[in-house]
Design a protein. Structure first.
Length: 273
């Protein structure tokens, strides 16, 4: 395992609404810049390729997981020898998923994930939720897991990754105001309670009815945020320290002190009265 994995968090209005060609051009520029700074993994925001605020037109822009846009992402990754996680709308027959793919430095697809927890009426009206809680792959000896945005707000989703050995959880997101507390408070807590790194990469600025707040970050397994973006476009570079992860997991007993025999009721679908 590498002692550190250098990550680039590409925050911005890149991922322009309904303009995948412009988004791919932005990815090309960012990949070149990130590679020049020693980045091994470049992460984009949720729905990076097409933009987020698309309404029902999202279906017309959706492509299969191995469609033309994915092949262009693979070419960019191979050209700059940098792994890429990108968010996009995935078409599977009549269904459209809010998806993310991890592509290796040679352009090979390493992991695919479909958002399982859809947020709000817009997402529920245009996307089909995924039904696989885990998507993982190994890069430079580091076990990487994928979630998308709202998924990370569910403790069960992150705990499942921790128990499955995820060391770096990558979360493309589209977090809008007024939910600043998610990026500021919830993300570091999730990283600490599960003993893993979380790379959380947001959009920024106005888009349709939304105002995305930026605040992308890399939170460490000790709950400390190693790097935090502002509110505007930015390529944030930070190192995920795997030695720190091992030390923190030895010192933090949450995973070993669990009592799963008591938690069966958590799987029941209940509504609080």
């Amino acid at each position: 395992m590498a002692e550190t994995l250098r990550i680039g968090l590409l925050q911005g209005p890149t991922g322009l609404p309904a303009d995948p060609a412009a988004s791919l051009a932005a990815l090309e520029r960012a990949a070149a810049q990130a590679a020049g700074r020693g980045v091994r993994l470049l992460v984009t925001s949720e729905m990076f390729l097409t933009g987020y605020a698309l309404g029902t037109t999202v279906a017309a822009l959706a492509e299969p997981a191995d469609g033309p846009a994915a092949r262009q992402v693979a070419a960019i990754a191979a050209r700059h020898r940098i792994a890429v996680v990108h968010g996009y709308p995935e078409r599977d027959g009549d269904r459209v998923h809010n998806a993310a793919r991890l592509t290796g430095r040679d352009g090979t697809a390493l992991a695919d994930y479909r958002k399982t927890h859809l947020f709000g009426g817009y997402e529920r009206s245009v996307f089909t939720p995924g039904d696989r809680p885990l998507a993982q792959a190994t890069l430079d000896g580091v076990r990487i897991g994928l979630l998308v945005c709202y998924d990370v707000e569910f403790p069960e989703a992150v705990r499942a990754h921790a128990l499955a050995g995820t060391e770096l959880l990558v979360v493309p997101t589209a977090l809008m105001r007024p939910y600043e507390f998610v990026a500021r408070t919830l993300l570091p807590a999730r990283a600490f309670e599960n003993g893993l790194h979380i790379a959380y990469v947001n959009r920024c600025g106005p888009e349709g009815e939304y105002d995305f707040l930026g605040g992308s970050c890399l939170a460490g397994p000790d709950g400390v945020v190693r790097a935090r973006a502002g509110t505007g476009p930015e390529l944030l570079v930070a190192d995920a320290d795997m030695a720190l992860l091992r030390t923190t997991r030895e010192q933090n007993p949450y995973l070993t002190d669990r009592r799963p025999e008591l938690y069966g009721s958590l799987a029941a679908r209940r509504t609080a009265r």
